[in-house]
Design a protein around this ligand. Sequence first.
Ligand code: G3P
Ligand code: CA
Length: 257
Amino acid sequence: QVSFVSLLPSDKVLNIAHRGASGHAPEHTLIAYDLAEKMNADYLEIDLHMTADHQLVAIHDEDVGRTTNGVGFVSDLTLAELKELDAGTWFNQAYPELANPDFIGVTIPTLAEIFELFGLDSDYYIELKDPDDEMIDAFLTVLNKYDLLEADKVIIQSFSQKALTNIHAQYDEIPLIQLLSKSKTKSANYKKIRQYAAGVGLPFQTLDKAFIEKIQGNGLHVHAFTVNETEDMERLIDWGIDGIFTNYPDRLADVLW
Ligand code: G3P
Ligand code: CA
């Protein structure tokens, strides 16, 4: 088994900026990613969906309604249509105390735009949302175009075991993280997951010290999502967690300092 030491070091807790520094700026915007870098995050967490014209874009929901001024599913809209949308103003309205005029009118970034901007200076922790084979192929093509696989810059995560095993069969040198929802964490077969994945991502509320150690005993890294309160971060670190997804990479950086 490949150990992925550079991407998954065993001697530090990874600070994974969930949707960028999304506690401070509108999630999945270049501003939120840039802020995460400035806050010393180790990884930019990116959720991907595919547009009607087969472009990969960073957005969490399958529907644009929550985080833009548009309506409809990403998969029904072309990239040109998505680029018309304002992906920042919703944040100013939802969080007036954090509102910033710079957020107004920012657009949904494509994966290529993110790589163009941050390149090999950043590390990426990318989630494929509802991926079919076509999306996986498109994704691997973009990664290769920007030389990110060779440079050891990308961890891939998904709730879809099928997608992860598909990728593992093509590229066993990419570290994969199997995400598990709350109802699956106890019944999951961690030995089987270890056959294709380097680790698991679990809701932090399902974890305790013994459970983390049990999963680690199967040779898997354990990453917890989504942890925003300092005391929860401290407790998980105390229990031996390997990585933490947070909307506040600045808070986690302070705890880890
Ligand atoms: O990817 C880890 C965590 O982000 C999974 O939940 O819904 O925020 O993508 P979600
Ligand atoms: Ca995610």
